[in-house]
Design a protein around this ligand. Structure first.
Ligand code: NAD
Ligand code: GLY
Length: 361
């Protein structure tokens, strides 16, 4: 069964199709292609698993596909790798209305989307996310980027896809550690705006870990529903969208500080969320019992319960590159309660540092 949600952005609105076996359904793709030629950007891990299936589906729809197979990993989310996509597009004589299809996790989606935003000033783009994290978060909402050695996702563009195809069956081949990392972004929606979903996650986490297809489809759908609502209300992150960054300011510091790829993005986000929860508790906003519920859910999901031991000063130095910084001051997403996030500014750095130290030693 296919479930379809919509990201409402006027003339740039697009569907998110969620279900099993979607990679074999040409009719979900062909209406969004403006030309009989597509470029499929993927990586060395995903290509052997799903590239041929996608190519034969496109062929059934009368579409020829030029594959671009990139090295796999967060450490390759760079200018150099991005340039490999441009080399292939130019080498393949791709015109502006050929469609770029990103087939893979968030790294491929973010880089493919950024390449599509730039090539000939913008070519159509489709997201086919194949990790839990990319199905619940990165494929929806049009944030695209590469990393800079000194800051995560520092160079990029807002560029919306034409359609998102979240094929739950691709999660069958996902390594356990990646599935767990994806759960961090799923739990995020419960924490920032959907307390009933948080309660559902407490009750159904074991089913998700066991890859129960129905539970996974529900979690992807509910996450995408939340994300689509936020993006529709605030596409360019003038306000509410910043709340989707719960845990990310601390998490990005961990990823950059340790070197990209050492911790998975979702692991760093989980750890960052625990630091944010600790800080929220110290500010008298979040009850200790709620911090415990959050910690316990992460523990059950096999996610880190401590931060990386970089030292508070280094965290804060790295956090100064965060995209939410205004006039040199940090702005952090914190929690008032489970299901209610706020963007906090003007916080005392000693208090932030103390919360970091409490979670990272
Ligand atoms: P990833 O793209 O590195 O994928 C994780 C690993 O799983 C990779 O080795 C990948 O090759 C492999 N893989 C992918 N699909 C597979 C499958 N079906 N079976 C087996 N292996 C598979 O990591 P991710 O967690 O998907 O994404 C993290 C990235 O997403 C980060 O760079 C992060 O910054 C970005 N992100 C972006 C947004 C956004 O809004 N644009 C939101 C959240 C995260
Ligand atoms: N992942 C955060 C956002 O899309 O805004």
């Amino acid at each position: 069964m296919i479930q379809t949600l919509k990201v409402e952005l006027a003339e740039r609105s697009y569907p998110i199709h969620i279900g099993s076996g979607l990679l074999s359904r040409p009719e979900l793709l062909t209406p969004h292609l403006t030309q009989k030629k597509a470029v499929v950007v993927t990586n060395t891990t995903v290509a052997p698993l799903y590239l041929e299936l996608l190519r034969s589906t496109l062929k059934k729809g009368g579409i020829s596909a030029l594959p671009v197979i990139l090295p796999d990993g967060e450490k390759y989310k760079t200018w150099e790798t991005l340039n490999l996509i441009f080399d292939a597009l130019i080498g393949g004589h791709c015109e502006r209305n050929a469609t770029l299809i990103a087939l893979g996790g968030g790294v491929i989606g973010d880089m493919g989307g950024f390449a599509a935003a730039c090539y000939q000033r913008g070519m159509p783009f489709i997201q086919i996310p194949t990790t839990l994290l990319s199905q619940v978060d990165s494929s929806v909402g049009g944030k695209t980027a590469i990393n800079h050695p000194r800051g995560k996702n520092m160079i990029g563009a807002f560029y919306q896809p034409k359609v998102v195809l979240a094929d739950i069956s691709t999660l069958e081949t996902l390594p356990d550690r990646e599935l767990k990392a994806g759960l961090a972004e799923v739990i995020k929606y419960g924490l920032i705006r959907d307390p009933d979903f948080f309660v559902w996650l407490e009750a159904n986490l074991d089913k998700l870990l066991a890859r129960d297809q129905e539970a996974l489809a529900f979690a992807v759908r509910r996450s995408c529903f939340n994300k689509a609502e936020v993006v529709a209300a605030d596409e360019r992150e003038a306000g509410e969208r910043a709340l989707l960054n719960l845990g990310h300011t601390f998490g990005h510091a961990i990823e950059t500080g340790l070197g990209y790829g050492k911790w998975l993005h979702g692991e760093a986000v989980a750890s960052g969320t625990l630091i944010a929860s600790e800080l929220s508790r110290r500010l008298g906003w979040l009850a200790a019992q709620s911090v415990q519920r959050i910690e316990s859910l992460y523990q059950r999901a096999g996610l880190p319960s401590h931060g990386a031991p970089l030292g508070a000063a280094r965290y804060i130095e790295l956090m100064r590159h965060d995209k939410k910084v205004r006039d040199g001051s940090l702005r952090l997403v914190l929690l008032k309660e489970i299901g209610m996030a706020v963007l906090a500014e003007g916080l005392d750095e000693a208090t932030i540092g103390a919360a970091i130290e409490a979670r990272c030693t």
